[in-house]
Structures are given as C-alpha cells and as structure tokens.
Design a protein around this ligand. Sequence first.
Ligand SMILES: *[C@@H]1O[C@H](CO)[C@@H](O)[C@H](O)[C@H]1NC(C)=O
Ligand SMILES: *[C@@H]1O[C@H](CO)[C@@H](O)[C@H](O)[C@H]1NC(C)=O
Ligand SMILES: *[C@@H]1O[C@H](CO)[C@@H](O)[C@H](O)[C@H]1NC(C)=O
Ligand SMILES: *[C@@H]1O[C@H](CO)[C@@H](O)[C@H](O)[C@H]1NC(C)=O
Ligand SMILES: *[C@@H]1O[C@H](CO)[C@@H](O)[C@H](O)[C@H]1NC(C)=O
Length: 635
Amino acid sequence: MGTRTLLIVYFLHAVAACGQCAHAATAKEVLQSFEDPEHAVQEGCYFSAEYQGEFIMQVGGAGSKGSGSIGDPVPYSSVRITFNSIPVWGYCRRRVGQNVLLVNRYNDDDCIRCFRLIRRSRNIIEVFSENLNRCYTSEIAATASCDTLYSKAILYRTKEFAGQPIRNEYCPIEGRYHFTYNINDGSEEKIECNTFSSDFGNCPDGSVFHLKFKRCSFENLGRDDFISLSRKASRDQIMNITFNCLGTWDGPNGSKYLALLDAQGGEERRPQYRCGLYHVDNKKGKTYLAFSSDSSCTQNLENSTSGYETLVLSKATNQKTVPDYVRNHVALFPKWSHGEWEQSLIVNGTMTFTDTNGYKSYTFVTVDSNDQSGRYVVYSKDQCEMEGYVCLMMKQRSENVLEFTTGTATSLTYKSYLCDDPNLDKPVWMTQSRIERVVESPCPITGQYTGVITDLPGMCAELSSNCNTREIMYYKVSDCSTGELYEERSYLCLGQWEENGVMYTYTKRNDTSTNECFVGLIVNDEEIYIKEAGDHCIRNIDPKTQGMRLYKKGQCYGNSPSPAPTPLKPIPHDPVMRITSTPRSNVGDNMINQISTITAGSRCIGKTANNQHTMFLIILLGLIYLNMYYSKSER
Ligand SMILES: *[C@@H]1O[C@H](CO)[C@@H](O)[C@H](O)[C@H]1NC(C)=O
Ligand SMILES: *[C@@H]1O[C@H](CO)[C@@H](O)[C@H](O)[C@H]1NC(C)=O
Ligand SMILES: *[C@@H]1O[C@H](CO)[C@@H](O)[C@H](O)[C@H]1NC(C)=O
Ligand SMILES: *[C@@H]1O[C@H](CO)[C@@H](O)[C@H](O)[C@H]1NC(C)=O
Ligand SMILES: *[C@@H]1O[C@H](CO)[C@@H](O)[C@H](O)[C@H]1NC(C)=O
C-alpha cells in the first residue's frame, strides 16, 4: 500500500487577512501534510481554495423550525471542505462535469454519492445532492444519479480556508431606509410594524445591516419569530437587530438572494443564519425583502414579497439634498470616461463608485474640472450621507482602463486648493476597467516565455500569448523535471501602460472573472520580469528585484495559435486557485476618514506592497501542490 504525502504550500496574498487588517500569512507558514494510507493510490479530485474552509449547515431540513414549531432552535452542524474531501460525506473520487463523486466506506463497501457544489459568494456554497440517506455502491449508478440532484443545503462559511476568520461582503441594499415588517405565520392578518417607522440601513459599516424596530405590535406571545421580541418588547419599545452581510447572488425573476448572519448570535431562539430574497422596485421607490423561516433559502420563502417575514423598505426621506453650490457649479467629467466601469458609472458630471473592499459606496459630483491635469474638485457623498469636497484625480491608462484617486485634503465647503499638488502626493490608485469594450487590448508579450519559480523549488512557470487572439494570454505551472501540469489559466488583457520605466498590465482572470494587475519589465525580446500587483495596480514594486525572470522559449509562428492551452489531461490535481482576497479600504476610506472622522474601515493598502513577498507565482496565489511523493513502498 502506498502512502501519499501531499505537501501543500499556499501563498496567501498579503492582503488576504486584510479584512481584519491583522496577520498576513506568508508562504511556508502553513505547510500541511496529508497522509491517508487508505486512499492512497486512489484517483482523486480536488476542491480549489475558494471552496475550502469551515461551514455551518442547517440539518433536518423542512419542518425543523418552521413557523409552527415554537421555540425550537434551528439545528446546525458544521461541515469542513478540505482540498480533497468533505469529511461528513466522503473523499473526492472523481469529477463528473460540474459534479463530484464523494465516497465513504462502510464496512467493506463503498458508499458513493453525487454532489454539486455551487459557490454563490465568498461565504456561501449551495449543495445539490440526492437524499443523503441513500448512497450507491457502484460508481456507474452514482454517476447516473448526478442527473437528479436538487438543492439540498446552504453552507454558510465560518472559517476561511486556512482557518482565518471570514470576511463580510458589502451589503447589497445600501443607505438608510424606513420599513414595515410582517410575520406571516398564518395565524393572523395584521402587520406587526405597519407604519414605516422602523429604521434599516448599512451605516456606517457597509457590511452590516442595522434594524431598529419601532412602533410595532408583537402580541404573538410565545411565538419564536424573527424578532423574537415577543417576550421582550411591546408597543413603543425599540428593538435592535444587527446582521452581518455574507453574500448575495441572483435569484428567480430578477430578484436576488441575500445571506445574513445574526450578529447577536445564538442567544435568542431565532435562526442564526438567514436567507432571503429581495428586489428593488424603482418605480415605486421601494425595496422588498422576504426571509425564510429557518436557515434554508426555501422554507416559507416564495419570492421577495412573500415569505415567513417580509419587509418593505422605503428610502429615508431626511436625505441631504445636494448643496446649492454644487447645483450651480456642475462641471463635467471627461468624455472618454463616460460609461459603465467595473465598479463605477460615470455620466456627465456624476460618478458613482462602490468600494466593495472598503464597504462603502460614493457619489462624486464634479464642480471644478480640469481635463488637462485630470483633476476634478468633487462634492462627495457616501451611502450614509457623509459629505464633503475633495479632489478626484482621474487618468485614462488605456482605451479600457481608467484609474482614479482622491486627494488627502477635504473640506466641508468648496475650496479651490483641494487639487493642489501637495494634496495628491502619494496617490493610491483605484483601477477600473470598462464593461462595454469596443476594442480589446493586445497583451504585452508575444511568444512563449518560461522561468523558474524561485519560491517553489522545482516548479516552472510558462507565460505565453495566443498569437491569433492577442488579448488572451496563458499561464501554466508545472514540475520542471516531469512536466506534470499543476495549474493552467488564461487571462484577458484589458489594458497596459508604462510608468516610471515599468509596464502595468490589467487583466481579467477567466475562471474567476476577477481582475488582476501585473507589473513587468521587458528588458528585451528575450528576457522579461513580472510580478503581481493586486487588483488595483499597486505601485512601487520593482519587477526586476521582486519579480520572476522569464526567458523566451518560442515564437509566435505565423498564424499558429502557438502555445494555446492543451486540454487538461486527467491530472490528479485540481488547478491551483488564487485566494481572492483584497485589501479592505481604499481611496474611499482615506477620504471619508478625513471628511467625517469616521474611523471605521481599516486601511491596509500601505501594507500590501511590503507583504507581497511571493513571486509571480502569486499569480496563482493560492494553494500549490508543491510536491507529490508517491512512495510506493510495499507494506
Ligand atoms: C437600540 O439602539 C439604539 C441606538 O442605536 C439605542 O439607543 C437603544 O437603546 C437600543 N435598544 C435596545 C433595545 O437595545
Ligand atoms: C417567475 O415568474 C413567472 C411568471 O412571472 C412565474 O410563473 C414563476 O413561478 C416565477 N418564478 C419564481 C421562482 O417565483
Ligand atoms: C409572490 O408570491 C405570492 C404568493 O405566491 C404571489 O401572490 C405574488 O404575486 C408573488 N409576487 C411576485 C412579485 O412574484
Ligand atoms: C448629460 O448631458 C447631456 C448633454 O448635456 C444631456 O442630454 C443628458 O440628459 C445628461 N444626462 C444626465 C443623466 O443628466
Ligand atoms: C473562458 O471561460 C469561458 C467559460 O467560462 C470559456 O468558454 C472560454 O473558452 C474561456 N476562455 C479561455 C481563453 O480559456
């Protein structure tokens, strides 16, 4: 019997832990080894880093805590996803399209089930399976069952892949609202909070919802409802609930799902994890939100207006109006910038921007524009009505890439000096790519380049262009001696520009649809250096000293698509994935901190550059199967 030892080195992007701005794990800090004689020499399949971690799952399903059951807490169990198993359901034997076959052994029999795991957001995985109390002894039967899976459970993440705390997501309903609230437990007709007196909002931290119930009648004593204030609150009492936002994803008919964690956690007898549906009706100016009665996304949840608990949100009316000064001095952003960008929308003199890392959204209205210098004094307001004037500097880096930053000086009234040089001293750029591209940008390299990954002994990297489709490039990691392929990726080049002697290339990763920036130095046609530079091109990285050296190995010959990717052979490793982690904070924090003295969001942007110790390899930033030893020693 053989023993497989799998060394996993994973490279956590320095900013990975930035949600808390705490520790940044470095390569080799976490080095796990896995020995599992029983499964040795088995074929396997792997879960990428984005799927790994610890989760909570409701057990028992329907009826375990419906509207009818009084006071029973929702039963949960924890679920762990490792690189090759989900221990409660078995280890991963084979991938079948989008599905995996997981195998447990009972006595001497295989117990095989088909699962489909769909990642709904950073913190949410939906599991599709058949009834879990049956399994198959034959792989063929189990494979056939893959056609009849249904949504079985929602996994709510409790730990990141290497045990770090989870990171909230930006709440999709932003700003301040008043709401009505209704529990539909079938026993009554009235609406518990029917006057739009209660408050709802994601202020000041955009990743947390605060609900304040006012003027409600909770007479439904003994019921274990959402608010659970039956025993506590009566009319005119105020009741607060806080939810952390865990994720949002598309639901039926234009609505969206929303997953929340009750921040008070468990002390009440209400479900700790909530799933709901919402939709925004712009005509009526209302947002509709409905929750299921437990932690599923189905129990007593019909649509965004019909569920166990329903809320109707109406924008708070005490919104600050735009100051007269702004109305009388509206200027324009440059023509080229108008349109839809990755996280922003620019129309005439107004730019909206959602900082999903810093958990804020902003509206900038320019009152003083200078297209020559790219400097615009703007009136800025965030989703919480924090306002002020600041300088916004905007640069077109290429046809489809813009960058902007805000100045360090802010003011409550318009000041012409805001855009003076000293206030734009050390810009931290936000990189944005155009959504609707008329032309694509070719990548900066042609041909095939290879190099050795210095951080990972024995591993080689290859970067190559698609000679027919110049805006696509490929990246591969393989074992230098055996050529065994560990990772293969493609990138769409969005744009590139030169700055202080180095080349920035902004790309979109094909498999995750996330944007990544690279900084490179092209010494000559034969020799290049390259280094990853975050999702918003980080400056002051020297690719020559900090990056990976690559040499030209092949040309683009004629029309041959040169090193186009070969179809992945049945390699016993799942491609290595990047830990998509991004610094919290950004431009916005910087600015709003000064405007409003809100000190909420942490700022780690300064740290990221220092901590980016890994080499280009960070392209794969994630989990690397460093080495696989199959010691085929007989026992
Ligand atoms: C709810 O929060 C407000 C402040 O936001 C506080 O004044 C009030 O005491 C809280 N009420 C309860 C019941 O916790
Ligand atoms: C979506 O809308 C269609 C028609 O409007 C309806 O038949 C269907 O049931 C809806 N689906 C869901 C899941 O609500
Ligand atoms: C939501 O579901 C309820 C109950 O089935 C139905 O009456 C209502 O029309 C639905 N609303 C929408 C917007 O689909
Ligand atoms: C932008 O400006 C154009 C031309 O002045 C105008 O027609 C258009 O209505 C403006 N758009 C908005 C949203 O204000
Ligand atoms: C990118 O992904 C899509 C589907 O996810 C696929 O159809 C396409 O071929 C991929 N492109 C490259 C260049 O790999």
